[in-house]
Design a protein around this ligand. Structure first.
Ligand code: NAD
Ligand code: UD1
Length: 337
């Protein structure tokens, strides 16, 4: 069975490609390296001990998609490619709408043309509105997104729902990831943010290795037990296995379906700092700063639908996530380069 992975050189994509190779799928990857590195592709091949076909290019390039869909007998698409930085999406919204929407449209058009009927899409907890009760269920309110990035995920979900409505034999799985972290246990691949990290744990890891003087902790006066925000952190390897479950689901279902991929457990920023310290033995310096605009006090998933329908649930603990992040960071203090 052949799986076409867009954005397969990126953080979640590379861990999923590794899992696909380990599960003996044939894998075809496209990435334009706008936020990733060639070195990652080589490391995945070495870790898996298997080769795969890699195309350097843009998912919006229709001629390249035509070449890929006619060269390979694709059974299923996993669409990771996209721009994902919340703050950047507010500064350059048109680039976000162009990249994220047009890549999804180009893929759907190619699937239509070449008779590919299964697609798994990287959506996000960011599609949920800010006024929902916790935990977030797939039926919770969506929209009112806080940034253009969130709207692109919301709109891509709708594009894919409409495409599956018009093509009754399509199977569309919309995976809403919560907060991914961690790395492959080898420490050879992991998250390698360019510039100053936006997300909590990459920042903690860079503070621990000495690349950042201290962690700016955004807000210590939230209405939570310790005053810091609560999130649902999930190991990237658990996310990768969620995609394996989604591939199997697509084989026996049609239509479009949303699933939360989270653990269902909330962890505060202060709890994350102390877990990282416990897992690594490294002290993290932090300073409490003003709140970051747009942050919700609490966000965590109800992951029971994925358990029931996909037969999937997250297995790894916060300590696993911290230890694996730290192994990657220590072995690669400056990321892939
Ligand atoms: P990433 O930036 O590491 O990976 C995305 C990959 O897509 C990169 O390798 C990039 O070079 C590539 N890419 C982007 N636009 C492209 C295009 N037009 N053509 C070809 N390649 C392109 O991000 P990630 O963390 O691995 O996220 C993967 C997906 O999951 C994204 O769609 C992201 O929005 C979504 N997601 C991520 C998170 C998270 O916290 N990491 C949370 C929820 C959803
Ligand atoms: C962010 C994105 C969200 C995306 C999610 C998963 C924002 C507003 N939202 O959410 O769209 O789906 O990542 O990738 O960026 N924190 C610090 N110091 C830091 C970084 C973060 O204190 O240097 C705090 C934040 O204020 C927040 C928590 O850590 O309370 C988690 O932040 P982050 O890792 O950015 O994830 P989200 O805010 O959940």
């Amino acid at each position: 069975m052949s799986i076409f992975v867009t954005g397969g050189a990126g953080y979640i994509g590379s861990h999923t490609v590794l899992e696909l190779l380990r599960e003996r799928y044939n894998v075809v990857v496209i990435d334009n390296f706008v936020n990733s590195s060639r070195a990652c592709v080589e490391r995945v091949k070495n870790l898996a001990g298997r080769d795969f076909t890699f195309y350097e290019g843009d998912v919006r390039d229709k001629a390249l998609l035509a070449k890929i869909f006619t060269t390979h007998n694709i059974d299923c698409v996993i669409h990771f490619a996209g721009l994902k930085a919340v703050g950047e999406s507010i500064s350059i919204p048109l680039s976000y709408y162009d990249n994220n929407l047009n890549s999804t449209l180009a893929l759907c058009q190619a699937m239509n043309k070449y008779g590919v009927k299964r697609i798994i899409f990287s959506s996000s907890a960011t599609v949920y509105s800010g006024d929902n009760e916790m935990p977030l269920r797939e039926t919770s309110k969506t929209g009112d997104c806080s940034c253009p990035y969130g709207w692109t995920k919301y709109m891509c979900e709708q594009i894919l729902r409409d495409a599956s409505f018009a093509n009754k034999d399509w199977s569309v799985v919309l995976l809403r990831y919560f907060n991914p972290l961690g790395a492959d246990k080898s420490g050879d691949i992991g998250e390698d943010p360019s510039g100053i990290p936006n997300n909590l744990v990459p920042y903690i890891a860079q503070a621990a290795i000495g690349r950042r003087e201290f962690l700016p902790l955004y807000g210590g006066d939230y209405p939570t037990p310790d005053g810091t925000c609560i999130r649902d952190y999930i190991h990237v390897a658990d996310l990768a296995s969620g995609h394996m479950a989604a591939i199997r689901y697509c084989e026996s279902h049609t239509g479009a379906k949303e699933f939360n991929l989270g653990t269902g457990k909330g962890t505060s920023v202060l709890e994350m700092i102390s877990s990282f310290e416990n897992a690594t033995g490294v002290k993290i310096n932090y300073k409490i700063m003003d709140r970051r605009p747009g942050d919700l006090p609490v966000s965590y998933a109800d992951p029971s639908l994925a358990k029931k329908e996909l037969g999937w649930s997250a297995q790894k603990s916060i300590i696993n996530m911290c230890a694996d992040t730290w192994r990657w960071q220590k072995q690669n203090p400056h990321g892939f380069n």
